[in-house]
Ligand binder design. Sequence first.
Ligand SMILES: [Ca+2]
Length: 317
Amino acid sequence: MKDYSKPVIIDCDPGVDDAAALFLALSHKNLDIQAITTIFGNVGLQQTTTNALKILEVARKTGVPVFKGVEKTFDYRDPIDSKNVHGNDGLGNNFFPEPPSDQLMTQHAVLATIDLAKKFKGELTYVALGRLTNLALAISLEPSIVNSIKEVVIMGGAINVPGNISPTASANLFGDVHGASVVYRSGINLTQIGLDVCNEVEISPDNQEEIWHLKSTVSQFLEKIVPVHRSAHQIGNKIPGAARFNDMPAVGYTIDPTLFKCETLRIHFETLGEFTKGQTVVDPKHFVEDAQNVNVAMKVDSEKLVKLWMDGIKSYS
Ligand SMILES: [Ca+2]
């Protein structure tokens, strides 16, 4: 692992797995988090923004600014949520007290993204843990960021495995197909950390117990928010009772790409099909003109990634 602190924006919709991913990101010296931007998704925008502030309060990271993003899809429709998976408050039906709002900035997330892409020209990594609407809008408003953002790491997509919200689509991309289509067609440097690898990363009951026993503020918070999400994610689990945090591997990749085996695949993002809307379609024979090369994670060293996450959580006192 290179010892280098890279400037990043984390765009998210917390969300239980976003929380697990953010705690890892906020703990690691390789990431210099310039902004957390929020987007509608697991719950509505107001709640995802409140939850992001809550996570920062729990992690005691008072220096990280939060920028609120958009609340509707790229084609301006009311979004679908995932309250059935994350709870009505997005954090396991705990309805925590309101966090302080000092870290909430007045600038819009889309404008903050453009400013940071210009400030860290060629250096900025954008980690997308939710719908891609904020990034699609930033690209639409300032197309030059396609060249100035170093890498966009997306949690989403599925190549050799089924979707998790339809036979073919992952929830993050299905949740705003037009936004996702803008990003996939833009030519921006994309890495896809999709279900092919996320399905392989399970936090076993033994590992969970180890975390709960830490009795730190972060571990106690996780212990409260995980059960609802864990129950909703049992189908397909290899280890009964395991927790799966689909957003966490994207942060893991950003910290240490050597944990993943990636392939460059030519991808068309499907927006129309009755059963294939939201699919990341592989197009090796160049049938589709605007398909783009994407760096796609196909395998993961899940043992090392789980250890990375555990070590991150253990670093909080
Ligand atoms: Ca998320």
